[in-house]
Write a protein that binds this ligand. Structure first.
Ligand code: SAM
Length: 454
């Protein structure tokens, strides 16, 4: 946990703290044999395995660096510089990513000319030049000299060339959630200003405002958008990208352990599991490989089916199948266990309740719902509350609050504390007995198990 800083921070005190934290992190990485990264193209693309204590040092370092940044510029200019750069930075990255500048440049560290990159990206040379001129200021690519008309990879741009999952994340976060987030102030002005609470109506989301005709199409919610955007064989390209994004997130957040330990899968015996909204089954491949007693049905929207068919490991197909199913429709599979991972946090309470209620036609007494999701700020009582959470580095808190605002823009939903999740189950049906809840304030994840009393 970070120590509460009482003295008034100065340029020098922050620089000293950064120096101290950088030395500590270097030592910790060495002790854990984690290879160092550099800014060069041949650097490892990430720190492999960052143990909890090293992660915490890194986040404290980030907090201190951000404070130093503010003090180095002064309060006013730090604001000006932020707003001046934030959107062009995001836009440049979105262009680099969507037009695949990453693979236009060799990852071996050699250069590609602007002409060559224009050919690869199908963009005019003048556009390529201007985007790259900005990109190099962000350490995406580097120019051999200020007047050069070629670039080489840096470690940052090379990471995107080497890791399609990272590129899928950039696509999702910038291109699918960026435009609605920009319309959040307008949505709040129209639908929530003067009200006691944020509207929970999904027709009044920033997403809906953004997608009510025009360039961004007319869609009810972001799932409908990512399923249907695109013409002909391009239709569903955003959903196929989303599948990659989810698989990447699983690795990034190391959620494999959370799924494997969510319940005693082995002790459950020979059971059928439905993974509701299970994407293309990345969690199920891991579960099925580890637990031969499980038969799993992955359910998701139509555009996910082809990804499952193409990519799901063939050796597990006898026990894992895919069923196209809209989770608002009555559940067709009478399973022993239903897993909902990262599903309900995408919906306001009313829709979350409907999703749980749609399970009822298939539920037999004793059937279990294993719910794995984010938890927002904890209630200010109990062990993992208040004082302890206050001390988390701001950069960790910001991760959660950023997701929360994204949920606001897309769904008029929010990151909810454990108690709110419990009450969603109760509201769905009294016969859901919540028998176990485990929340981890560091990972923002919670596992809740409910048993259907029948
Ligand atoms: C945040 S992802 C979670 C994926 C997976 N459970 C995981 O944890 O990685 C939400 C999933 O819900 C699916 N989804 C959204 N609306 C749905 C609906 N109406 N019916 C079925 N699946 C839906 C999406 O396609 C997406 O795969």
């Amino acid at each position: 946990m970070g120590s509460v800083q009482k003295e008034i921070a100065t340029l020098n005190s922050l620089a000293a703290r950064i120096s101290e934290l950088a030395a500590k992190m270097t030592k910790q990485l060495e002790a854990e044999n984690v290879p160092a990264v550099t800014l060069e193209a041949n650097s490892p693309i990430k720190y492999e395995r960052l143990p909890g204590d090293v992660f915490m040092t890194r986040q404290l370092l980030e907090d201190a660096m951000k404070d130093l940044w503010i003090l180095s510029q002064g309060p006013s200019e730090s604001v000006f510089n932020y707003v001046h750069m934030a959107i062009p930075d995001a836009s440049a990255l979105n262009i680099l990513n969507q037009f695949d500048f990453w693979n236009a440049v060799p990852v071996d560290g050699s250069a590609a000319t602007f002409e060559q990159i224009a050919k690869h990206t199908k963009l005019p040379v003048d556009v390529v030049t201007r985007v790259l001129e900005h990109a190099v200021t962000m350490r995406f690519f580097t120019k051999p000299s200020p007047t050069a008309t070629s670039v080489r990879h840096t470690s940052r741009s090379a990471a995107l060339a080497k890791d399609p999952g990272l590129s899928a994340l950039v696509q999702m976060v910038l291109d699918e959630t960026g435009p609605p987030m920009f319309l959040l102030p307008e949505a709040l002005r129209r639908f929530s200003m003067g009200q006691p609470h944020l509207t929970r109506n999904m027709k009044e989301t920033a997403f809906k405002l953004c997608h009510s005709g025009g360039a961004w199409g007319d869609y009810e919610n972001s799932w409908e958008f990512i399923e249907n955007d695109g013409e002909g064989s391009q239709k569903g390209w955003r959903q196929r990208n989303f599948v990659k994004f989810m698989a990447y997130i699983k690795d990034l957040f190391g959620t494999e352990g959370i799924v494997l330990d969510a319940i005693d899968w082995q002790g459950a015996g020979d059971v059928t599991v439905v993974d509701l909204g299970g994407s293309a089954g990345h969690d199920d491949a891991i579960l099925a490989a580890k637990f031969p007693n499980l038969k799993i049905v992955v359910q998701d929207l139509p555009e996910v089916a082809s990804v499952f068919e193409k990519e799901f490991p063939s050796n597990l197909r006898s026990r894992v199948s895919f069923l196209t199913h809209n989770m608002f429709d009555p559940q067709p599979v009478a399973a022993d266990i239903y897993m909902l991972k990262w599903i309900l946090h995408d919906w306001p309470d009313a829709e979350s309740v409907k999703i749980l209620q749609a399970l009822r036609p298939a539920l037999k007494p004793g059937a279990r719902v294993v719910f794995i999701d984010y938890v927002g700020k904890q209630e200010a009582t109990g062990a993992s509350s208040g004082a302890e959470e206050e001390q988390l580095p701001r950069s960790i808190q910001g991760f959660g609050t950023a997701t929360d605002l994204r949920m606001m823009a897309l769904f008029n939903a929010e990151e909810r504390p454990v108690e709110a999740w419990k009450s969603v189950f109760k509201r769905a049906d009294e016969r859901f007995d919540v028998v176990r809840v485990k929340a981890d304030p560091l990972s923002f994840m919670c596992v809740l198990e409910a048993v259907w009393r029948g």
